[in-house]
Design a protein. Structure first.
Length: 118
């Protein structure tokens, strides 16, 4: 089976996991086999998911729309799940400016709400 990239968008790993689960289920229901590359991507996404895949879309939306982060920044934040503001600051390299301290603290609180911190 060949693939063609139709569009590209930065998304967090938990969202990729959710999409892969849906794709794998569709293949199985159709009686088709799941290719090794898809299984490998799913295994990777499963191993590195730190947030609830069913709620991560809402968090991603809040980070991009409410806070104003670029998609690439929001995806990195959700993938890494920083626990302190200083860790969060290191992920803001694609942003034109660093938000105020209270905004960064709000982001950390949002991560605590949506993600399991280990």
């Amino acid at each position: 089976m060949s693939y063609e990239t139709i569009s590209f968008r930065d998304i967090p790993i938990p969202l990729a996991k959710k999409y892969l689960e849906e794709y794998i289920e569709l293949l199985k229901r159709s009686g088709l086999s799941v290719e090794q590359i898809v299984e490998s991507m799913y295994d990777y996404a499963s191993a590195f998911t730190k947030c609830d895949p069913d709620r991560v879309g809402e968090l991603f939306e809040k980070l991009t729309k409410d806070i104003g982060f670029k998609e690439v920044t929001a995806a990195m934040i959700i993938n890494i799940v920083p626990t302190v503001v200083d860790e969060l600051r290191t992920l803001l390299q694609f942003e034109a400016s660093v938000p105020e301290e209270e905004v960064l603290t709000k982001v950390i609180e949002m991560l605590k709400e949506y993600c399991t911190l280990e």
